[in-house]
Design a protein. Structure first.
Length: 416
């Protein structure tokens, strides 16, 4: 039996779902297929998916080629029109066992299976016990988004926000800890909206505190990208009082100028972001921040961009994800006056340079410090602040080791 080939694009949630699809495909007995899990966050992401599909068809001439993911959900015709593609399935369908049984048996399978994702009310219940390295596991606790940022197509690929009940999350994390995982990462599309659709409307901080209270054997809990304006009191309390909650937050900031933030339809202003970072660092002095920032959003002037550049300093950001703006058809921002492409590229480069400088400064400040490092491979691990550490000799993969930093080079720390 030849196992299907899976190609994943985009976010950690997509990667999580790719692992779930591998299990579903194996259970269905699907053989020799190629599955591409696409991303729709930018036009460039869609272009890369199409390029990957053409390459995979050349490399696997006789295989059934299946396309799914956010881009397949938002623009199924784009992929259905590609001669290389045999089937297009939506984000809801890809998590259903029946879809994979039909693909494996090829009985009456429609070439395009993409339903209205806005009608979905529950998060798919297919759970996997970790993926990737044997050190860190990702747990999906939320899917979809109720917000409508003017640049973003993702709500139309993921549907409305829906949460996994806390008890289900606790049970899965407990299984992961019993299975030997030393770090669990909570992930979702709009993580800080977790709980709004559940009885009693709990908040993300409630889930974090519950996990840490009920699973004392969990060494490290990490949360992925959050919207800082939605951080609740219990989340801030956890930051202040729970050393097992990792001191690293990735923030969905997007811009540093109030006018652009309003045109993006974001729910925070520049000063809100700065205040949050100051407060989180006051509560946890070793806290580090990553952030998503868009360069060249429509109507952005050089003065507007300067505020985004200054946000790296004013918020004390370290790990930047810089997105050169590209219009997504169907979004309000695509109809706004666009910034010249060369200016977008140049501004994105300046933001990345600022991010590189921030990383270098952070790493230089760690030389001589002692860190607890989770080993992802025999000679590479990550600190609690998610900095990569390289070792000169082997350590046990998946274990947490104490190490003294002896140097920093090429965007990583060095330990003996």
């Amino acid at each position: 039996m030849k196992a299907p080939v899976f190609s994943n694009h985009g976010c950690r949630l997509n990667a999580y779902e790719t692992e779930a699809m591998k299990e579903l495909a194996a259970e269905a007995g699907l053989e020799g297929a190629v599955v591409v899990n696409t991303c729709a966050v930018t036009s460039e992401a869609v272009r890369k998916a199409r390029q990957d599909i053409r390459r995979l068809r050349r490399d696997n001439p006789g295989a059934k080629l299946i396309v799914t993911g956010c881009a397949a959900q938002t623009e199924p015709a784009t992929f259905a029109d590609m001669p290389e593609v045999d089937a297009v399935i939506g984000n809801t369908e890809k998590m259903q066992a029946g879809t994979w049984a039909a693909l494996a048996g090829d009985f009456g399978t429609e070439r395009v299976q993409v339903d209205d994702i806005m009608s979905v009310r529950e998060t798919a219940g297919h759970l996997i016990d970790g993926f990737g390295t044997r050190s860190r596991a990702y747990v999906q606790v939320q899917n979809g988004c109720d917000h409508r940022c003017t640049f973003c197509i993702i709500p139309y690929g993921r549907g409305n926000s829906r949460s996994v009940p806390a008890g289900v999350v606790v049970d899965q994390v407990r299984r992961l800890v019993d299975g030997g995982y030393n770090e669990v990462v909570l992930t979702g599309v709009d993580l800080t909206s977790w709980g709004a659709d559940l009885p009693g409307a709990p908040r993300l901080g409630d889930l974090v505190m519950r996990l840490l209270r009920l699973i004392p054997g969990l060494p490290r809990l990490r949360i992925s990208s959050i919207d800082s304006i939605e951080a609740d009191d219990n989340l801030m309390r956890a930051i202040a009082t729970e050393p097992r909650l990792m001191p690293h937050l990735h923030l969905s900031l997007q811009h540093g100028h109030d006018l652009i933030l309003k045109r993006m339809k974001r729910r925070h202003l520049r000063d809100d972001a700065i205040r949050f970072c100051e407060e989180a660092r006051r509560l946890r002095p070793d806290m580090t921040f990553g952030a998503d920032i868009i360069a060249g959003f429509p109507t952005e002037t050089e003065a507007h961009f300067a505020d985004s550049l200054a946000l790296v300093r004013d918020c004390g950001l370290t790990w930047l994800h810089v997105f050169p703006y590209s219009p997504r058809p169907g979004t309000p921002a695509a109809r706004m006056p666009q910034v010249d492409g060369s200016a977008i590229k140049e501004r994105a480069a300046r933001l990345r340079a600022a991010g590189d400088a921030a990383v270098a400064a952070h790493l230089a400040g760690q030389v001589g410090a002692e860190h607890r490092v989770l080993m992802e491979s025999p000679r590479m691990g990550r600190t609690e602040q998610f900095a990569e550490v390289r070792f000169g000799s082997d350590r046990a993969e998946g274990r947490i080791v104490t190490a003294t930093v002896t140097g920093a080079a090429d965007g990583r720390l060095i330990a003996a």
